[in-house]
Design a protein around this ligand. Structure first.
Ligand code: NAP
Length: 267
């Protein structure tokens, strides 16, 4: 059976994408850690949309998880015709003060598991001469961000890696989309531990900053897929921001981000 595999499917942008794809009658394989939530989602999706929705509860911040997921899909006879690498976590604060374990887990989830899932499922797509891979990066991929150093660097990796394999995949008719959301109203900041006073230093009026809803982001991602785009930024203001950022040297951006953050936190 052909399915779309989506990581981080239990909340935020991933859950919104799941709902959009289910409306289009795509069969789905949902991945996240919260088994209870995933089970409930699958029951509801099957009832509402008449699709086959399955899940695997798995922690992608662990090194062997991607391989375990691959093996499970083979056992279930699932053909992954679309892979959406959406699961990701952030972190904020002074790099040296952050927990090394959490930073390394972030790299495993945002980078290594994304690379592993792509490496495991891509050969089958190449053999079939069809398939789609969507990698979710971020506006943060466009610049180094002091006090959010590891997260921004992880998304820069996703961007560079995805743009490179996009070209490698063209002879195999495998479509690759690099999709970059900006600030979105999800659980992301709370999960990253940056919904606190230190997080506020990363953006003064963060709570009032213009943000998209996960549904708006999912709509734009689906539109980019329909248009077979290789790269898309979600939101008009973010697209404008991305164009402006491209003109500004990183040294200027980082110096000013750092100054602002230190000023707000009176460091
Ligand atoms: N929100 C934003 O402002 C924003 C902006 C730009 C880019 N993005 C990117 O968009 C993507 C989705 O973010 P979001 O805002 O939707 O975040 P979110 O609301 O925190 O949702 C994250 C999803 O990933 C899952 N997840 C977290 N850790 C996991 C792990 N170790 N293993 C497996 N699944 C895990 C979560 O489910 P469980 O907790 O059940 O595992 C949840 O389903 C991320 O890659 C993020 O970097 C977000």
């Amino acid at each position: 059976m052909k399915v779309t595999l989506i990581t981080g499917a239990s909340g935020g942008i991933g859950e919104a994408l799941v709902n959009r794809l289910a409306e289009r009658k795509q069969d789905l394989l949902l991945i996240a850690r919260n088994a209870e939530k995933l089970e409930e989602q699958c029951i509801q999706l099957s009832k509402r949309f008449g699709i086959n929705a399955q899940f695997i509860a798995a922690d992608l911040s662990k090194p062997d998880t991607a391989e375990q997921i691959f093996e499970e899909t083979q056992m279930r006879n699932l053909e992954i015709d679309m892979l959406i690498n959406n699961a990701g976590i952030g972190s904020g604060g002074e790099f040296s003060a952050l927990s090394l374990r959490s930073e390394l887990d972030l790299l495993q989830l945002n980078i290594s598991s994304l690379v592993a899932l792509t490496h495991l499922f891509l050969p089958q797509m190449q053999n079939r001469k069809s398939g789609t891979i969507v990698n979710i990066a971020s506006m943060a991929s466009f610049m180094p961000i002091p006090y959010m150093a590891t997260y921004a660097a992880s998304k820069a990796f996703v961007s560079s890696f995805t743009q490179a394999i996009t070209q490698e995949c063209i002879p195999y008719n495998v479509h690759v989309l690099l999709f970059c959301p900006g600030l979105t109203k999800t659980n992301f900041n709370a999960a990253a531990g940056i919904d606190n006073e230190k997080g506020a230093g990363l953006s003064s009026d963060y709570k009032n900053a213009p943000a998209q809803t996960p549904e708006q982001v999912a709509d734009e991602a689906v539109k980019a897929l329909d248009q077979r785009k290789q790269f898309a930024v979600s939101g008009r203001m973010n697209r404008l921001g991305a164009n402006v950022l491209a003109l500004i040297p990183n040294s200027f951006i980082t110096r000013n981000f750092a100054k602002l953050y230190r000023k707000r936190l009176k460091m």
